[in-house]
Write a new protein. Structure first.
Length: 288
């Protein structure tokens, strides 16, 4: 049997707990790379065992707990285990009502974990309270390995966006942030644009559905025009404009190889048509 499965059974025996039969069926019997427990109902005790097992496991590199609605105590146990895990690279915690103290546990995990490269936190409540979100941002600031962060639909306000921008001003590894469908607004959008002047690592920020005014578009060129572009393409700017998309993509390592210099068949408003100029070294800011 696999390392994780064996360790899980051993820990259950030590705690005098009978493992849930459905959970046992989902656990890998060999040293597989994926542990997918999505859509399962997992009690706090079992989460404690899973967290302890994850703290010792060296085999699983992708972990999915999406849409499990895990209780705060259980999620904190899992995050505590992941803080010392050395194998998981991709983590999906979508749809678990993560808020309050659990957000602080996320920050602790990010501060101490040295192997995660991608984390999905979509459909949680990270930004609903300011103080826990600050702790989360502090963890991001200290993290030296994370490349992708998905915090869509997380109640992140303009205050949260400012905290995020401040934290990431010194982060040298994060490349992609998905912030769609939050509450970033005008001041939060400006803070993130200011971030781009000092952070040369970020390649993409997606801020669709954040009520960011068009005047922020004017700030994008000064913030990024000194950075070379390696890719810039999109199919229908009009569609993106209607959907209030703010999409920024910056790549700095080679010249543009995927640049669409011709505008789409349907005409663009005068204010956006010059975005198609191949002389522009920046990329894209499309807002309603």
């Amino acid at each position: 049997m696999g390392m994780f499965f064996t360790l899980f059974l051993k820990l259950c025996k030590e705690k005098h707990l009978k493992p849930d039969s459905e959970l046992l069926e989902r656990l890998p019997r060999n040293d597989t790379l994926l542990l997918d427990l999505s859509h399962m109902s997992i009690c706090a005790d079992m989460c404690g065992i899973l967290g302890k097992a994850l703290s010792f496991d060296e085999t699983i590199n992708e972990l999915r707990f999406s849409d499990c609605m895990i209780c705060p105590e259980g999620m904190q146990a899992i995050l505590h285990g992941l803080a010392s895990n050395t194998s998981v690279r991709k983590l999906n915690l979508k749809g678990n009502q993560i808020r309050g103290n659990t957000v602080e546990s996320l920050g602790y995990m990010l501060r101490n974990n040295n192997c995660l490269t991608s984390i999905c936190l979509e459909w949680n409540d990270l930004g609903i309270l300011e103080t826990p979100f600050i702790v989360f941002c502090d963890g991001l600031q200290a993290n030296c390995n994370l490349r992708r962060l998905d915090i869509r639909n997380n109640q992140v306000t303009h205050h949260g966006a400012k905290q995020l921008a401040e934290a990431l001003s010194s982060n040298k590894t994060l490349q992609v942030i998905d912030l769609k469908w939050n509450k970033v607004g005008l001041t939060g959008g400006r803070a993130l644009l200011d971030l781009l002047r000092v952070n040369k690592t970020l390649l993409k920020i997606d801020l669709a559905g954040n009520d960011i005014p068009c005047d922020i578009v004017c700030s994008i060129v000064p913030a990024t025009e000194d950075q070379p572009c390696s890719c810039f393409s999109y199919d229908d700017a009009n569609v993106h404009l209607q959907q209030n998309v703010f999409y920024l993509c910056r790549c700095r390592h080679h010249h543009c190889t995927n640049f669409k210099s011709s505008p789409p068949s349907s005409p663009l408003p005068p204010s956006t048509s010059d975005m198609y100029s191949p002389t522009r070294p920046v990329l894209l800011a499309l807002l309603e």
